[in-house]
Write a protein that binds this ligand. Structure first.
Ligand SMILES: Cc1cc2nc3c(=O)[nH]c(=O)nc-3n(C[C@H](O)[C@H](O)[C@H](O)COP(=O)(O)OP(=O)(O)OC[C@H]3O[C@@H](n4cnc5c(N)ncnc54)[C@H](O)[C@@H]3O)c2cc1C
Length: 383
């Protein structure tokens, strides 16, 4: 810091986007303060499924606190037509987000990030050379601020972010005995077709099963019934529920700002999320990494704000943006023909192999979406 009262970079929010952004900014030479409104570890409503792109985006040396490694997936269509398929390797490990996120923050702190928890960021006020951050603990100043404060982001509001798709996720954490844990070990369940564009899941994590459903905002009652029906159908309704709650997810419009007035947005705050599956942890880590590097470049004088901001926008558009474009197309097709997706995954070799490759990060939606037969199939189904 040149002025001892001005941080190089302040990161708002200590989820995966914020922890990764803070870590990368510190590793790139910046003095970084990470602010989080909760005491850590904090509960985060999430399936906690880590796809391959997430695992590939974690910092070297980070040990994933995995509670279940699924090699099998059971698919159902509106809770019927059950079919289980098994891969040779792990498709998706699962974590509880409180532990995973706290470990990622610890990792960032070990690499030089300063952390302050139980500090609520109330407002950000950008100026020409620095940003004032008004918090419950008093004002702070930084050369660059990264908004990684999730789907209710105040930094995103200040930057003028716009959202094309808003979804509601509902989840119940069911505490289950050994016998049920054994039944679900190494497996996930995905149910299609009950609510247009929505789906439901059971993600096992040791002594808990996360049972959830996600769909466009506006179907809350149907979603609650959906989760209750899932619990009944899989004989889980009598076990204690540690948590039952909801959380919004949002996908950005193409022209929504990712950088404005020395503010950079990452993860859910930016509306970076795969629109079809609503997978967001890999988007948070990948955008956090890019935002941290861009912020450090500006703060350390290696790049002007406008060059670094343009570079960040381009990098996001070329990678996560391209994946989101295909995700929107997949969602439009799935919304109209959910049974085609359920059948492809549960009953065809190509569908199952594609699912495994996508889940394991051996390909991306953007790459898959460039294949002519995928493009044509999605366009035909979306009509
Ligand atoms: C029901 C559901 C299931 C999901 N399942 C999966 C899944 O299985 N796999 C997957 O990859 N993705 C999943 N997602 C998406 C995933 O949870 C998010 O995309 C991911 O958490 C985004 O990370 P983030 O760091 O951007 O935001 P968050 O994880 O939301 O972190 C934001 C942090 O900012 C803090 N904060 C917020 N406001 C302030 C403030 N004003 N001041 C200070 N701190 C603040 C919050 O307390 C929080 O710690 C799911 C989402 C939902 C809703």
């Amino acid at each position: 810091m040149i002025d001892a009262n001005v941080w190089d970079v302040i990161v708002v929010g200590a989820g995966p986007a914020g922890a990764m952004a803070a870590l990368r900014a510190a590793q790139s030479g910046a003095q970084v303060l990470l602010l989080e409104r909760e005491r850590l570890p904090r509960y985060k409503l999430c399936g906690g499924g880590l796809i391959g792109l997430t695992l590939q985006s974690l910092p070297d040396g980070f040990i994933v606190p995995s509670l279940n490694q699924a090699k099998s997936a059971t698919f159902t269509m509106n809770l019927a037509a059950e079919r289980t398929r098994t891969a040779e390797e792990v498709i998706i490990p699962m974590v509880m987000r409180d532990t995973f996120d706290a470990q990622l923050v610890d990792f960032a702190v070990e690499h030089g990030v300063q952390l302050r928890t139980e500090v609520l960021v109330e407002r950000v006020e950008p100026g020409p050379d620095e940003v004032t951050v008004l918090t419950s603990g008093g004002p702070l100043r930084a050369r660059v601020v990264i908004g990684a404060d999730g789907s209710t982001s105040r930094v995103a509001r200040a930057a003028g972010a716009k959202f094309a798709q808003i979804d509601l996720g509902l989840e119940v954490e069911v505490e289950v005995p050994d016998r049920i844990q054994q039944q679900w070990a190494g497996r996930v369940l995905i149910d299609f077709g009950r609510i247009p564009g929505g789906y439901a899941w059971i993600f096992p994590k040791g002594d808990r099963l996360t049972v959830g459903a996600i769909a466009a905002k506006g179907y809350a009652q149907e979603q609650r019934r959906y989760v209750q029906d899932m619990l009944r159908r899989f004989e889980l309704e009598l076990y204690p529920q540690a948590v039952s709650a909801g959380h919004l997810t949002r996908c950005r419009t193409n022209d929504s700002p990712l950088a404005a007035d020395r503010l950079l947005l990452a993860g859910d705050a930016a509306g970076l999320l795969e629109p079809w599956t609503r997978e967001g942890i890999s988007f948070a880590l990948r955008s956090g990494r890019l935002a941290g590097e861009a912020a450090a470049d500006v703060a350390c004088g290696r790049q002007t704000w406008s060059v670094a901001a343009a570079h960040y926008r381009d990098a996001i558009t070329d990678t996560l943006g391209a994946e989101m474009t295909v995700g929107f197309r997949a969602l439009a097709a799935y919304e109209r023909h959910p049974s085609a997706f359920a059948k492809a995954l549960s009953s065809t070799g190509t569908g199952w192999r594609s699912f495994v490759r996508l889940a394991r990060g051996e390909t991306t939606l953007a790459r898959a979406g460039r294949r002519p037969q995928v493009r044509l199939a999605l366009a035909a189904l979306a009509r």
